[in-house]
Structure formats: structure tokens, C-alpha cells
Write a protein that binds this ligand. Structure first.
Ligand SMILES: [Fe+2]
Length: 281
């Protein structure tokens, strides 16, 4: 493990006043407190409607001319393993599931998009010797992804965050970071951007987070497009990314269900939405 160190801020002498700088100032002053304390933020899926153009997910820069290396921080490593679960059994930390979709700016979900995640462990350290809490995956046919990990620890100079590179086939890489609502350091971290807040809820000692990426590419509609994705993770024992066998019982949003057909769950396949997979228990 490498001792924690702050990410560079990239702040230069000719610092400009950006929209984000103003937002940070507002947050520091408490103006945006409701956004940060409720844990509920708007997801791109909620903004989708005919003829709507989505706002691309911002790069995680500070608006002051960062270099590529400053955007990704000093701890990125190429060649991460292909996996959706970054948790090694026995490693400490609060379990966290991050799920969502990747859309093009024209609201079309994008399949086969590469998502490469990396983050600090529970103590705030990045694994530079191996690949702990590093992994890449691809969105499925509905544009969905699910990441199983832990809540990353804090380290000096930064608020709590998860790094990610997102790339649609043949398109430029979006390097950015995801943030947690209600973090005291959100108001003082030079890289923090409210547009990169996840929608996070506590679920029996676990955290369930949702975030939809919007890439600045034009997607092509396909048969796998979700028509009515969930607005936020509801409570219950059901979770995406799990292998369920026929007969397994779960609860979802206050209702009990029985698995009718073995499958691996994913966002968009919540029990009420897929009667072929789940019946009322
Ligand atoms: Fe970092």
C-alpha cells in the first residue's frame, strides 16, 4: 500500500471563476445544504423524454486548466481486472453497491461501454502494488452497470470519492469521479462537483448508490433500451448483481417475491418489472 497523499488540485495563478467555483462557494455557505443532506439527486434517467438532449457528465476537473494526469489523480493503474465486485472477502468497509446506466446525449442507453473504477480502501489508501479496489466492466444490452464495492475511506486533501474512466466503443475516454452527499469535505474540495453526486441510501448497514453517466456521443436506439428504469434504489433484500436460484425469496419496496427462474439480477430487472423472473410470494 502507498501512504495516502492528496490529489493535486491543479489550481493555477490565473484561476478563473467558474460555475462550479460558485457552486462550491454556495455549498460552503450552506445554500445547497438540502441537496447534500437528503441524498437524493436527479438521475439522467429521470430527465429522459422525447426530443430531450441530456447534459453530458462533466469531467472531474477544477475548471482551471488541469492536465490529464490531474483529472485522473496519481493513483490510476492500467490493466485492472474484469470484475463487477471489488470486495475481497474479509476486507473491512461498509458494503456499497453503485448501479446506473450510461446514456448518450440523445437519451439512448449505451451498451458495451467500458467502466474502469478505482478507489481507496476503507483506510483511505490506494493499492499501488496490486489491484485491490480496481476493476473494469462493460454496460449490458440495456446500458446498465452494477459495481459492488465498499465506501472508500478518506485521505488528506480530498472529500470521499470513487474514480472512474468511461468509454463508449471508439469514443473518447471520460475521466471523472463520483461523490457522496452529505460529506463535510464536499464544500472545501477543489475538485468536487455537485453534478457528480450519487444518489445514496442506507439499506440495512449497506449503502446503495445510483448514478447515470451521460457521454457526449450520439447513441443508436436498440432493442435493449429500458423504457421505464427505476428512479432510485428502493429498500428490500433484492439487490442487483446477485445470482438468484428458482425458489429464492426476496423483498422489494415492501413486497415479497419468489424467484421463478435462476438469473443474475441487474438494475432494470427489479422484481415488479420482470414477471418472468419474479412472482409474488
Ligand atoms: Fe482519489
Amino acid at each position: 500500500m502507498t501512504p495516502p497523499a492528496p490529489d493535486p488540485s491543479g489550481a493555477g495563478p490565473d484561476r478563473r471563476i467558474s460555475r462550479k467555483t460558485l457552486l462550491r462557494a454556495a455549498i460552503a455557505a450552506g445554500a445547497a445544504a438540502p441537496l447534500l443532506t437528503t441524498g437524493t439527486v436527479a438521475l439522467a434517467r429521470d430527465s429522459r423524454s422525447a426530443g430531450t438532449s441530456l447534459t453530458p457528465t462533466p469531467l472531474c476537473d477544477d475548471g482551471d486548466g488541469p492536465t490529464h494526469e490531474q483529472m485522473e489523480g496519481p493513483y490510476f493503474k492500467p490493466n485492472s481486472p474484469l470484475r463487477t465486485d471489488l470486495v475481497t472477502p474479509g476486507s473491512p468497509g461498509t458494503p456499497l453497491t453503485v448501479s446506473g446506466y450510461v446514456f448518450g446525449r440523445n437519451c439512448v442507453p449505451l451498451s458495451a461501454v467500458l467502466l474502469d473504477f478505482w478507489q481507496a480502501d476503507a483506510s483511505g489508501a490506494y493499492d499501488m502494488a496490486g489491484y485491490a479496489f480496481r476493476g473494469h466492466q462493460f454496460t449490458d444490452a440495456t446500458g446498465a452497470f452494477v459495481l459492488r464495492t465498499i465506501v472508500p475511506g478518506l485521505y488528506p486533501g480530498r472529500t470521499r470519492h470513487i474514480h472512474v474512466k468511461v468509454q463508449a466503443p471508439g469514443e473518447p475516454v471520460l475521466t471523472t469521479q463520483l461523490y457522496f452527499p452529505g460529506e463535510p469535505r464536499n464544500g472545501t474540495d477543489a475538485l468536487f462537483d455537485p453534478a457528480l453526486l450519487m444518489n445514496v441510501r442506507d439499506s440495512g448497514g449497506r449503502r446503495q448508490a445510483a448514478f447515470d453517466f451521460v457521454l457526449d456521443v450520439a447513441g443508436v436506439p436498440g432493442p435493449g433500451e429500458p423504457t421505464d428504469p427505476p428512479t432510485e434504489p428502493p429498500g428490500g433484500t433484492w439487490a442487483p448483481g446477485r445470482a438468484y436460484a428458482a425458489g429464492d425469496r426476496v423483498t422489494y419496496d415492501g413486497t415479497a417475491y419468489r424467484c421463478l427462474q435462476a438469473h443474475t439480477s441487474m438494475s432494470g430487472w427489479e422484481p415488479p418489472r420482470v414477471p418472468a423472473l419474479w412472482g409474488r410470494a
